[in-house]
Design a protein around this ligand. Structure first.
Ligand SMILES: Cc1cc2nc3c(=O)[nH]c(=O)nc-3n(C[C@H](O)[C@H](O)[C@H](O)COP(=O)(O)OP(=O)(O)OC[C@H]3O[C@@H](n4cnc5c(N)ncnc54)[C@H](O)[C@@H]3O)c2cc1C
Length: 416
């Protein structure tokens, strides 16, 4: 691989993964163009729950899912929602998802996610500090809450994983929950407290914008363009087609859930789907809790931010084109009020966005087998805000032909 100096590289997608990749490529000496059709940080990186959670290595895939799937699909007030007209198109992804729910497989996935998440802060902090975005982050930990002893017992396998892999977990009782977060309703009997988690207090999109400004201040080019295609040329370079054609030595594809749509034949066929997620913000209630709090069964997390209390999560299987489902916003509002009865007002804003999800809950990070100068970096599903920066460092190492900081075999595009 020739040296980075003089090499032109494009990063398509300015979410947390693309921006971090652009910054680490810039540090390695590449001439970098970051391209997005929106403002930086306005995809999934905009509306998430804003937890930077090194402990988020337990995948949604779980040995109990095959048993719980039907009740989750049909129960009123479930955090899982399916658009039935889209369901036939999701069937292959769902079948593959279920095939990755065995106990040994979940242990393997958790290990591979832990390898990524546990290194993320090593690569996030230098970017946050250099850009000044560290002032938009808050420490304080993360509370994962259980409403009954039965819920706690039902989650024994995931709790065992947390205790085995997370270095910062502490089990706490109802009295300690009340002491840490007195505004929570007394409905939680136990919690896991992860002491080293941070949250994006200044909003995840605010941090992304600050990082993108830092990239531009360092000489990077930020382009606003809707990319239609990425194609290999006979000379091995890549054509990136938007409102005009541009040619690069290498391209990083970090367009989140939309990544499959842009490559035509340049990329191998990969089972990328979207798990749509929702949020509501209570604008006057940003100080009602002090750290991210999630419920083990409600499927969402609540995070205090400068903009207010953000309640974000849920999974809706409905693809990229359907309109948002108002029932999901209603569920979030209703359940947040049950957990925090002192919430004063109607939500001040709401949002729906697209998690990029592979059926085995692992991202795709590596060179395309079909087009070697195309580097794939997408599929970070529920944990991209907690693993985007280390992914950026991995991408830069791949582009420069150097050993990546984490073994990337589990994230290989060739695994499907
Ligand atoms: C409700 C919810 C809650 C979440 N909570 C958390 C959390 O608390 N902690 C955590 O770690 N993770 C969380 N996540 C997951 C996290 O938000 C995602 O994994 C992460 O944002 C993915 O980042 P990305 O850069 O891969 O994709 P995105 O942020 O979606 O970025 C992709 C970019 O590509 C651009 N793009 C797409 N198509 C084109 C095109 N044709 N041309 C040009 N540009 C294009 C888009 O505009 C977008 O900016 C949550 C997600 C959701 C939905």
């Amino acid at each position: 691989m020739p040296s980075p100096e003089g090499q032109k590289i494009a990063v398509v997608g300015a979410g947390i993964v693309g921006i971090s990749s652009a910054l680490y490529l810039q540090r390695a000496g590449f001439s970098v163009t970051l391209i997005d059709r929106q403002e930086p940080g306005h995809g999934a990186s905009f509306g998430n729950a804003g937890a930077l959670a090194p402990h988020a290595f337990v995948p949604v895939n779980s040995p109990s899912i095959p048993r719980r799937l039907l009740p989750l699909m049909f129960a009123a007030g479930s955090p899982l929602s399916i658009n039935w007209s889209y369901a036939p198109r999701m069937l292959p992804w769902l079948m593959s998802f279920l095939a990755h729910c065995g106990e040994a497989e979940v242990g393997r996935i958790a290990g591979a996610l832990h390898a990524l998440l546990s290194r993320n802060l090593d690569y996030a902090l230098p970017l946050l500090r250099a850009s000044g975005a560290d002032r938009m982050m808050r420490a304080g930990g993360y509370l994962h809450l259980y409403e009954s002893e039965a819920d706690y017992a039902a989650c024994a396998a995931e709790i065992a994983l947390y205790k085995r892999l997370a270095g910062d977990v502490e089990e706490i009782d109802a009295a300690e929950i009340r002491r840490l977060e007195p505004n929570l309703a007394p409905v939680f009997v136990r919690a896991l407290h992860f002491g080293s988690a941070l949250h994006y207090y200044g909003s995840p999109a605010g941090v992304c914008l600050r990082l993108a400004e830092h990239f531009c201040a360092g000489g990077g080019t930020l382009l606003r363009d809707d990319i239609r295609a990425i194609e290999a040329r006979p000379d091995g370079r890549l054509r990136v087609a938007g409102t005009q054609d541009r040619v690069y030595d290498q391209v990083v594809l970090a367009a989140g859930a939309h990544s499959r749509r842009l490559t035509g034949g340049a990329m191998e066929k990969l089972p990328l789907e979207t798990e749509r997620g929702y949020h509501v913000v209570f604008g006057q209630d940003g100080d009602i809790i002090t750290r991210t709090c999630s419920s083990a069964t409600a499927g969402f997390a609540m995070t205090p931010m400068a903009e207010g209390l953000r309640c974000a999560g849920m999974v809706e299987l409905a693809g990229l084109d359907k309109a948002p489902n108002p029932a999901c916003h209603a569920y979030l509002e209703r359940t947040a009020r049950r957990f925090l009865p002192a919430l004063a007002e109607r939500p001040s804003s709401s949002w729906m966005g697209f998690r990029p999800s592979m059926p085995d809950a692992l991202p795709v990070i590596g060179r395309s087998g079909r087009t070697p100068n195309l580097i794939l970096a997408f599929g970070h599903h529920h944990v991209g805000m907690s693993s985007g920066c280390v992914t950026g460092a991995i991408v830069a190492a791949i582009a420069a032909g150097e050993p990546p900081p984490v073994d990337i075999a589990p994230y290989s595009p060739a695994r499907f």
